[in-house]
Design a protein. Structure first.
Ligand code: GLA
Length: 740
């Protein structure tokens, strides 16, 4: 709900507004004309647009280049009267993909990023929050009458324009704006059980102390209006202080907590509301449990590497039966490597033994043309480190992948995204080189391989990558050979500036660069998983397999918000039919844990329930799962999300059938996935903002013969349900069950 509407509902007169809301519809036009900055310009024939979503999702599909947004609003002088500090005015505009400049009544008041026409050329700033500050007496301000903000935007490729459900407003910078209330720096600590400890931080960036009240309210499932628990304390935050405020409360179930700081002089508040994390995955057992999927594909005559993934009490001993000629097992790491020359299916029995017991599993090594028989599981640098990825960061992430225990659950690929490339190719040979952040790519690959991990790399078929690094254009064969020489196992090939080479985006144009690289990869002596990244253009799922992709992105980039997760995850039914072993739809990488697309990481903005939805839905979609967070900061909750073997088994199911959307209601959806053992996985997703009970009628989903229900996250059989099943699902959360 809009903020000024809330104030009106409370019966407050307009005179007391503390800010003007700019989050409603804006006027919009593609193209570029500086006359559109002027207040007098009439935009009455322009279309309207929501600032919370990129323009591609609002009727401007595939549009890159310039466009303008405009909004009109009245600026009551009372805004100034009510402010305690009157020095400056702040305009918040959420985020804008990629570059923007902002005009207030025709006068430029700020810019973020660089337009292509500027000295130094185009620099994207798609991820930067737009916050513009002007003096409180700026001559462009028109008090008590209409004002216009015009925003000139340039989109350099991919998604474009304003996006994100963020605060968009204009207000005086007041005392409360110098206070940062941060509830994301410390985890919820659950010991002893359900006695919850949490530290929040109040930071004061004003040169004088700020007084106020810190209010904590805890709401449980049954009680959403009146808090079950409330505490209020008076607080003074000194100048430049970042004050830790420890809070302890108890709750017998998952709860919502609201932290509010109320500034004394103005009564204005800062509020953060959070859902407390809740752990569903049972603790790991001590018996060995082999977590590799049932099938693994490799080509004949090229290096082979497979790592046995076993959870349970360490150390572990392995024995193998039925290994094809040319392969050997390394006891220390559980890595099977070598080379198989003869095509065929080899049923290999792996036995893992520790001092508690022994377990075996048959894995089929399928030596032929198809690799990537189950969706890749691993890590990618982009959603955490963005362009600041480095050798050191990849190494420490790999160490955490092993140390945390995640590798034992099947996570294997360590993929370097954009940002590893040198500015120039080798002057003599034309070979692509790494930049200073990656002193020895081959050394890094060897290091990861020795740990039983695999290594991925990134490039673009265009001359430049999306991050404006060097691309592969006209060096396809050469780059593929270079990567193979380094020991690369996975390539993400990202369209980006190929727009300049194929501006029409006809189907043959869309296919061509991917075919060229496929041929180049085929000519190498390595199994390189081929990940096509072109944001779903031309319904890529219909021809991704034909051009030899092992996976292809079906949408634009994901971020760590519910809107992004929902808008990407729940439209994947369109591509369901095209996913099968060796060829997967890719709805983009995971956004759980500490993410940030650069050096400043933050805890994911997804609520715990949304994170369960994320992992459950991706598993249902047979999606490649690439963890996008700093692995050295995995807490118990995030680990619980990523190390649930029954959930991962749904993703890694050897049948390779993607879930279909069996039921779609306004505020909930049910997805059904067929499994190799004849069972069905069912995801019951609550898309509404409220916790709710969902009744499921099996026959409505076309299911008759299944009766036994297993709660997948809790790894527990929950009984027989002949015709109907009823479940409580948290807001934006999921109940994931298996029927058999
Ligand atoms: C595009 C891709 C992202 C990431 C960046 C790197 O935006 O979709 O996943 O690879 O480029 O610049």
């Amino acid at each position: 709900m809009k903020r000024n509407l809330i104030l009106l509902l409370l019966g407050l007169p307009l005179c007391c507004l503390a800010q003007i809301d700019l989050s409603g519809d804006w006027k919009f036009k593609t193209g570029d004309d500086l006359a559109w900055s002027r207040a007098e310009f009439s935009d009455s024939d322009w279309k309207t647009i929501r600032p919370s979503n990129i323009w591609e999702s609002q009727g401007y599909e595939n549009y890159d280049g310039y466009a303008w947004y405009r909004i009109h609003f009245k600026l009551p002088a009372s805004l100034k009267d009510n402010a305690y500090l009157k020095d400056s005015i702040r305009v918040l505009l959420g985020r804008i993909d990629d570059v923007d400049e902002v005009y207030l009544n025709g006068e430029k008041i700020g810019q973020t990023g660089h337009f292509p026409t500027e000295k130094g050329g185009y620099i994207t700033a798609w991820d930067a929050p737009r916050r513009y500050v002007i003096p409180g007496n700026h001559p462009a301000l028109r008090w008590n009458t209409e004002n216009t903000i015009s925003v000139r935007v340039y989109d350099g490729g991919g998604g474009g324009g304003m996006f994100e459900q963020a605060e968009r407003s204009i207000s005086f910078v007041d005392l409360i704006d110098y206070i940062k209330l941060d509830a994301s720096q410390s985890p919820y600590d659950f010991s002893p059980k359900w006695s919850i400890k949490k530290k929040i931080f109040l930071e004061n960036k004003y040169p004088k102390a700020i007084d106020g009240e810190l209010i904590t309210e805890v709401f449980t499932h049954k009680n959403k209006i009146k808090p079950d628990w409330k505490a209020q304390v008076n607080i003074t935050v000194k100048a430049s202080e970042n004050l830790p405020c420890p809070i302890t409360f108890s709750s017998q179930e998952r709860a919502r907590v609201r932290f509010t700081f109320k500034e004394k002089n103005t009564g204005r508040t800062r509020t953060v509301e959070q859902e407390t994390p809740y752990i569903l995955t049972p603790p790991e057992g001590s018996m060995p449990q082999i977590n590799n999927p049932d099938a693994f594909g490799a080509r004949p005559g090229v290096p082979f590497q497979f790592t046995i993934a076993v959870s349970g009490k360490q150390p572990m001993q392995y024995t193998i039966k039925g290994l094809p000629r040319g392969l050997k097992l390394e006891q220390q790491t559980g890595v099977i490597s070598g080379m198989v020359n003869t095509r065929g299916m080899y049923s290999v029995t792996i036995t893992a033994t520790n001092n508690v017991g022994s377990r075996s599993k048959i894995v089929n090594f399928v030596i032929g043309d198809n690799i990537c028989l189950t969706p890749p599981l691993g890590w990618n640098s982009w959603n955490c480190w963005g362009l600041s990825v480095s050798d050191a960061k990849v190494r420490s992430s790999a160490e955490s992948m092993i140390k945390s225990g995640l590798a034992r659950h099947g996570w294997n690929y360590m993929n370097i995204d954009d940002g590893w490339e040198a500015a120039e190719r080798d002057a003599k040979t034309g070979e692509i080189k790494t930049n200073d952040k990656f002193p020895d790519m081959k050394g890094l690959a060897d290091y990861l391989h020795r740990m039983g991990l695999k290594i991925g790399i990134y490039s673009s078929p265009g001359a430049r990558t999306c991050g404006n690094f060097l691309g592969t254009w006209q060096h396809e064969q050469q780059d593929a050979q270079t990567w193979a020489g380094w020991g690369i196992d996975y390539l993400k090939y990202d369209w980006c500036s190929y727009d300049l080479i194929a501006p029409d985006k006809s189907l043959p144009e869309l296919k061509k660069p991917y075919e060229v690289m496929r041929a180049a990869l085929n000519a190498t002596n390595r199994d390189i998983v081929y990940s096509m990244c072109q944001y779903g253009m031309g319904d890529v799922w219909e021809w991704g397999e034909e051009v030899g992709g092992n996976l292809w992105r079906t949408t634009g980039d994901i971020n760590d918000t519910w809107e992004s997760l929902r808008d990407i995850g729940f439209i994947q039914h369109k591509s369901s039919a095209f996913s099968r072993p060796g060829h997967w739809n890719d709805p983009d990488m995971l956004t759980v844990g500490w993410v940030g697309w650069g050096d400043h990481l933050h805890q994911t903005r997804l609520t715990p329930s949304e994170q369960y939805t994320h992992i459950s839905l991706w598993a249902m979609l047979s999606a490649p799962m690439l963890i996008g967070c700093d692995l050295s900061r995995i807490d118990d909750f995030t680990y619980n999300l990523l190390a649930n073997d029954e959930v991962l088994a749904i993703d890694q199911d050897a049948l390779g059938k993607q879930a279909t959307q069996a039921l779609k209601k306004d505020d909930y959806q049910i997805w059904v996935k067929e499994l190799a053992d004849g069972g069905r996985a069912i995801g019951i997703f609550n898309l509404s903002d409220e916790d709710r009970k969902i009744d499921v009628n099996w026959s409505e989903l076309g299911l008759k013969d299944y009766k036994k229900v297993r709660d997948v996250w809790r790894q527990k059989d929950i009984g027989k349900f002949g015709k109907t099943f009823s479940t409580e699902v948290y807001a934006h959360g999921v109940t994931l069950v298996k029927l058999y």
